[in-house]
Write a new protein. Sequence first.
Length: 290
Amino acid sequence: MQLKTFKTVWGHTGTLEEAAKMVNEAGFAGFEAPAKHDDPSHLSTLEATLDKHGFEWIQEICTAGSYVPRRRASVSEHLSDLESQIILGKSLKPKFINVMGGCDAWPIQTSIDFLKAAMDIADKYDVLCSFETHRGRSFYCPWNTAAILEHLPDIRITCDFSHWVVVSERLMDSEWDAIELAAQHAHHIHSRVGYDQGPQVPHPAAPEYQAALESHQRCWEAIWAAQQARGYKETTMTPELGPDGYLHHLPFTNAPIADLWEINSWIGHTEQAHFQAWKQTSKIKEVQHG
Protein backbone atom coordinates (compact mmCIF):
# COMPACT_ATOMS: atom_id res chain seq x y z
CA MET A 1 0.00 0.00 0.00
CA GLN A 2 1.22 3.50 -0.80
CA LEU A 3 0.25 6.89 0.62
CA LYS A 4 -0.71 9.77 -1.68
CA THR A 5 -0.98 13.27 -0.25
CA PHE A 6 -3.10 16.11 -1.64
CA LYS A 7 -3.01 19.89 -1.26
CA THR A 8 -6.18 21.57 -0.09
CA VAL A 9 -6.95 24.86 -1.84
CA TRP A 10 -8.79 26.03 1.28
CA GLY A 11 -6.78 29.01 2.49
CA HIS A 12 -4.72 29.27 -0.72
CA THR A 13 -4.84 32.91 -1.84
CA GLY A 14 -2.86 32.68 -5.07
CA THR A 15 -3.62 31.20 -8.46
CA LEU A 16 -4.11 27.51 -9.16
CA GLU A 17 -0.86 27.55 -11.11
CA GLU A 18 0.93 28.84 -8.01
CA ALA A 19 -0.74 26.08 -6.00
CA ALA A 20 0.43 23.56 -8.60
CA LYS A 21 4.02 24.68 -8.10
CA MET A 22 3.63 24.02 -4.37
CA VAL A 23 2.19 20.56 -5.08
CA ASN A 24 5.11 19.66 -7.34
CA GLU A 25 7.74 20.96 -4.93
CA ALA A 26 6.19 19.04 -2.03
CA GLY A 27 5.79 15.80 -3.99
CA PHE A 28 2.03 15.73 -3.48
CA ALA A 29 -0.28 13.97 -5.95
CA GLY A 30 -2.75 16.78 -6.68
CA PHE A 31 -5.49 18.99 -5.29
CA GLU A 32 -8.50 18.63 -3.06
CA ALA A 33 -10.85 21.40 -4.17
CA PRO A 34 -14.49 22.18 -5.01
CA ALA A 35 -15.83 22.74 -8.51
CA LYS A 36 -17.14 26.28 -8.02
CA HIS A 37 -20.65 26.58 -9.46
CA ASP A 38 -20.65 30.39 -9.07
CA ASP A 39 -17.46 30.92 -11.13
CA PRO A 40 -17.80 29.79 -14.77
CA SER A 41 -14.07 30.17 -15.44
CA HIS A 42 -12.98 28.15 -12.41
CA LEU A 43 -13.82 24.75 -13.85
CA SER A 44 -11.90 25.34 -17.08
CA THR A 45 -8.91 26.72 -15.15
CA LEU A 46 -8.97 23.75 -12.80
CA GLU A 47 -9.19 21.31 -15.70
CA ALA A 48 -6.31 22.99 -17.54
CA THR A 49 -4.12 22.96 -14.43
CA LEU A 50 -4.85 19.30 -13.68
CA ASP A 51 -4.10 18.32 -17.28
CA LYS A 52 -0.92 20.39 -17.51
CA HIS A 53 0.61 18.83 -14.40
CA GLY A 54 -0.91 15.36 -14.54
CA PHE A 55 -2.51 15.85 -11.13
CA GLU A 56 -5.27 13.84 -9.55
CA TRP A 57 -8.25 15.72 -8.14
CA ILE A 58 -10.41 15.03 -5.11
CA GLN A 59 -13.64 16.97 -5.52
CA GLU A 60 -15.04 18.66 -2.42
CA ILE A 61 -18.80 19.04 -2.00
CA CYS A 62 -20.72 20.78 0.79
CA THR A 63 -24.46 20.20 0.81
CA ALA A 64 -26.99 22.94 1.68
CA GLY A 65 -24.51 25.69 2.35
CA SER A 66 -20.79 25.92 2.93
CA TYR A 67 -18.92 24.18 5.73
CA VAL A 68 -21.83 24.86 8.09
CA PRO A 69 -25.17 23.81 6.56
CA ARG A 70 -28.26 25.97 6.41
CA ARG A 71 -30.02 25.00 9.62
CA ARG A 72 -33.51 24.56 8.15
CA ALA A 73 -32.51 23.01 4.82
CA SER A 74 -34.48 19.85 4.06
CA VAL A 75 -33.06 16.45 3.21
CA SER A 76 -34.21 16.97 -0.38
CA GLU A 77 -32.28 20.26 -0.57
CA HIS A 78 -29.12 18.53 0.65
CA LEU A 79 -29.59 15.77 -1.93
CA SER A 80 -30.29 18.23 -4.73
CA ASP A 81 -27.08 20.12 -3.90
CA LEU A 82 -25.12 16.87 -3.91
CA GLU A 83 -26.46 15.78 -7.29
CA SER A 84 -25.94 19.15 -8.99
CA GLN A 85 -22.33 19.37 -7.79
CA ILE A 86 -21.59 15.79 -8.84
CA ILE A 87 -22.86 16.69 -12.31
CA LEU A 88 -20.76 19.89 -12.32
CA GLY A 89 -17.50 18.11 -11.57
CA LYS A 90 -18.00 14.78 -13.33
CA SER A 91 -16.35 15.82 -16.61
CA LEU A 92 -13.07 16.37 -14.73
CA LYS A 93 -13.13 12.75 -13.55
CA PRO A 94 -12.45 13.21 -9.83
CA LYS A 95 -10.51 10.48 -8.09
CA PHE A 96 -13.40 10.48 -5.61
CA ILE A 97 -15.62 13.06 -3.92
CA ASN A 98 -15.29 14.22 -0.34
CA VAL A 99 -18.74 15.20 0.95
CA MET A 100 -19.57 17.39 3.92
CA GLY A 101 -23.19 16.33 4.15
CA GLY A 102 -26.20 16.30 6.40
CA CYS A 103 -26.82 18.30 9.57
CA ASP A 104 -25.80 17.75 13.18
CA ALA A 105 -29.28 18.69 14.44
CA TRP A 106 -31.04 15.92 12.54
CA PRO A 107 -32.29 12.81 14.32
CA ILE A 108 -30.08 9.82 13.61
CA GLN A 109 -32.72 8.18 11.43
CA THR A 110 -32.94 11.30 9.24
CA SER A 111 -29.17 11.18 8.73
CA ILE A 112 -29.38 7.49 7.85
CA ASP A 113 -32.11 8.19 5.29
CA PHE A 114 -30.12 11.07 3.81
CA LEU A 115 -26.91 9.07 3.52
CA LYS A 116 -28.67 6.09 1.94
CA ALA A 117 -30.15 8.39 -0.70
CA ALA A 118 -26.80 10.13 -1.18
CA MET A 119 -25.10 6.79 -1.80
CA ASP A 120 -27.78 5.97 -4.38
CA ILE A 121 -27.05 9.26 -6.17
CA ALA A 122 -23.32 8.47 -6.19
CA ASP A 123 -24.09 5.06 -7.69
CA LYS A 124 -26.33 6.69 -10.32
CA TYR A 125 -23.39 8.77 -11.58
CA ASP A 126 -20.78 6.06 -11.01
CA VAL A 127 -18.71 8.11 -8.57
CA LEU A 128 -17.35 7.28 -5.13
CA CYS A 129 -18.50 9.63 -2.37
CA SER A 130 -16.66 9.64 0.95
CA PHE A 131 -18.63 11.38 3.71
CA GLU A 132 -16.62 13.47 6.14
CA THR A 133 -16.61 13.48 9.93
CA HIS A 134 -17.18 17.21 10.29
CA ARG A 135 -18.72 19.52 12.88
CA GLY A 136 -22.16 20.76 11.88
CA ARG A 137 -22.77 17.62 9.82
CA SER A 138 -24.29 14.18 10.35
CA PHE A 139 -20.92 12.70 11.38
CA TYR A 140 -20.09 15.51 13.83
CA CYS A 141 -19.29 13.30 16.84
CA PRO A 142 -18.04 9.74 17.43
CA TRP A 143 -21.22 8.40 19.02
CA ASN A 144 -23.72 9.53 16.38
CA THR A 145 -21.30 8.40 13.69
CA ALA A 146 -21.03 4.93 15.21
CA ALA A 147 -24.82 4.65 15.47
CA ILE A 148 -25.22 5.63 11.80
CA LEU A 149 -22.41 3.38 10.54
CA GLU A 150 -24.07 0.34 12.11
CA HIS A 151 -26.92 0.83 9.62
CA LEU A 152 -24.76 1.58 6.55
CA PRO A 153 -22.23 -1.23 6.09
CA ASP A 154 -21.11 -0.07 2.63
CA ILE A 155 -20.63 3.64 3.30
CA ARG A 156 -17.16 5.15 2.89
CA ILE A 157 -16.07 8.02 5.09
CA THR A 158 -13.39 10.69 5.31
CA CYS A 159 -11.91 10.77 8.79
CA ASP A 160 -11.07 14.18 10.19
CA PHE A 161 -10.80 13.33 13.85
CA SER A 162 -9.87 16.90 14.83
CA HIS A 163 -13.60 17.68 14.75
CA TRP A 164 -14.42 14.87 17.16
CA VAL A 165 -11.65 15.97 19.50
CA VAL A 166 -13.01 19.50 19.92
CA VAL A 167 -16.66 18.40 20.03
CA SER A 168 -15.96 15.91 22.82
CA GLU A 169 -13.18 17.96 24.49
CA ARG A 170 -10.78 15.04 24.57
CA LEU A 171 -8.37 13.09 22.43
CA MET A 172 -9.84 9.98 20.85
CA ASP A 173 -7.84 7.34 22.71
CA SER A 174 -10.74 6.99 25.16
CA GLU A 175 -13.17 6.42 22.27
CA TRP A 176 -11.24 3.63 20.59
CA ASP A 177 -14.31 1.55 19.78
CA ALA A 178 -15.64 4.42 17.65
CA ILE A 179 -12.22 4.88 16.02
CA GLU A 180 -11.99 1.20 15.11
CA LEU A 181 -15.50 1.23 13.64
CA ALA A 182 -14.73 4.39 11.65
CA ALA A 183 -11.51 2.80 10.40
CA GLN A 184 -13.51 -0.05 8.88
CA HIS A 185 -15.33 2.52 6.72
CA ALA A 186 -12.45 4.95 6.19
CA HIS A 187 -11.56 5.86 2.62
CA HIS A 188 -9.68 9.14 3.08
CA ILE A 189 -7.96 11.09 5.86
CA HIS A 190 -7.94 14.81 6.58
CA SER A 191 -4.82 15.11 8.70
CA ARG A 192 -5.49 18.17 10.79
CA VAL A 193 -4.42 17.89 14.43
CA GLY A 194 -6.98 19.09 16.96
CA TYR A 195 -6.79 19.44 20.72
CA ASP A 196 -9.31 19.42 23.53
CA GLN A 197 -10.23 23.10 23.16
CA GLY A 198 -9.87 23.60 19.43
CA PRO A 199 -9.94 21.95 15.99
CA GLN A 200 -6.40 23.01 15.06
CA VAL A 201 -3.23 23.20 17.11
CA PRO A 202 -1.15 26.36 16.55
CA HIS A 203 1.65 24.27 14.99
CA PRO A 204 1.66 20.45 14.78
CA ALA A 205 5.45 20.33 15.26
CA ALA A 206 5.33 22.21 18.57
CA PRO A 207 6.42 20.00 21.49
CA GLU A 208 3.55 21.24 23.66
CA TYR A 209 1.14 19.56 21.21
CA GLN A 210 3.11 16.33 20.80
CA ALA A 211 0.49 14.32 22.70
CA ALA A 212 -2.25 15.57 20.37
CA LEU A 213 -0.20 14.74 17.27
CA GLU A 214 0.65 11.26 18.52
CA SER A 215 -2.98 10.56 19.41
CA HIS A 216 -4.10 11.48 15.89
CA GLN A 217 -1.28 9.37 14.45
CA ARG A 218 -2.52 6.33 16.37
CA CYS A 219 -5.94 6.88 14.82
CA TRP A 220 -4.44 7.17 11.34
CA GLU A 221 -2.51 3.94 11.88
CA ALA A 222 -5.79 2.21 12.74
CA ILE A 223 -7.17 3.42 9.40
CA TRP A 224 -4.13 2.23 7.46
CA ALA A 225 -4.33 -1.19 9.09
CA ALA A 226 -8.04 -1.51 8.29
CA GLN A 227 -7.52 -0.37 4.70
CA GLN A 228 -4.64 -2.78 4.21
CA ALA A 229 -6.79 -5.62 5.55
CA ARG A 230 -9.52 -4.61 3.08
CA GLY A 231 -7.09 -4.84 0.18
CA TYR A 232 -6.40 -1.15 -0.46
CA LYS A 233 -3.39 -0.62 -2.72
CA GLU A 234 -3.17 3.07 -1.88
CA THR A 235 -4.42 5.38 0.84
CA THR A 236 -4.98 9.11 0.53
CA MET A 237 -4.47 12.02 2.89
CA THR A 238 -5.08 15.75 2.69
CA PRO A 239 -3.24 17.83 5.30
CA GLU A 240 -6.01 20.32 5.99
CA LEU A 241 -4.94 22.91 8.50
CA GLY A 242 -6.82 25.99 7.42
CA PRO A 243 -7.88 29.61 7.92
CA ASP A 244 -11.30 30.94 8.96
CA GLY A 245 -10.74 30.82 12.72
CA TYR A 246 -8.69 27.61 12.62
CA LEU A 247 -5.28 29.25 12.21
CA HIS A 248 -4.24 31.04 15.39
CA HIS A 249 -3.57 34.81 15.20
CA LEU A 250 -1.94 37.28 17.55
CA PRO A 251 -4.29 39.64 19.39
CA PHE A 252 -4.51 43.29 18.28
CA THR A 253 -2.33 42.83 15.17
CA ASN A 254 -4.28 39.78 13.90
CA ALA A 255 -1.00 38.47 12.48
CA PRO A 256 -1.04 34.70 11.81
CA ILE A 257 1.35 32.78 14.04
CA ALA A 258 2.21 30.21 11.35
CA ASP A 259 2.26 29.88 7.58
CA LEU A 260 -0.54 27.61 6.38
CA TRP A 261 1.35 25.95 3.56
CA GLU A 262 4.43 25.44 5.73
CA ILE A 263 2.44 23.56 8.36
CA ASN A 264 0.40 21.61 5.81
CA SER A 265 3.50 20.55 3.90
CA TRP A 266 5.13 19.66 7.24
CA ILE A 267 2.19 17.37 8.01
CA GLY A 268 2.41 15.84 4.53
CA HIS A 269 6.11 15.06 4.79
CA THR A 270 5.90 13.94 8.42
CA GLU A 271 3.04 11.57 7.66
CA GLN A 272 4.75 10.15 4.59
CA ALA A 273 7.70 9.24 6.84
CA HIS A 274 5.30 7.99 9.53
CA PHE A 275 3.47 5.85 6.97
CA GLN A 276 6.70 4.27 5.71
CA ALA A 277 7.79 3.50 9.28
CA TRP A 278 4.36 2.04 10.08
CA LYS A 279 4.48 -0.10 6.94
CA GLN A 280 7.88 -1.48 7.87
CA THR A 281 6.69 -2.26 11.40
CA SER A 282 3.62 -4.00 9.97
CA LYS A 283 5.82 -6.21 7.79
CA ILE A 284 7.94 -7.19 10.80
CA LYS A 285 4.80 -8.08 12.77
CA GLU A 286 3.54 -10.20 9.86
CA VAL A 287 6.80 -12.15 9.80
CA GLN A 288 6.73 -12.63 13.58
CA HIS A 289 3.15 -13.91 13.50
CA GLY A 290 3.62 -15.91 10.30
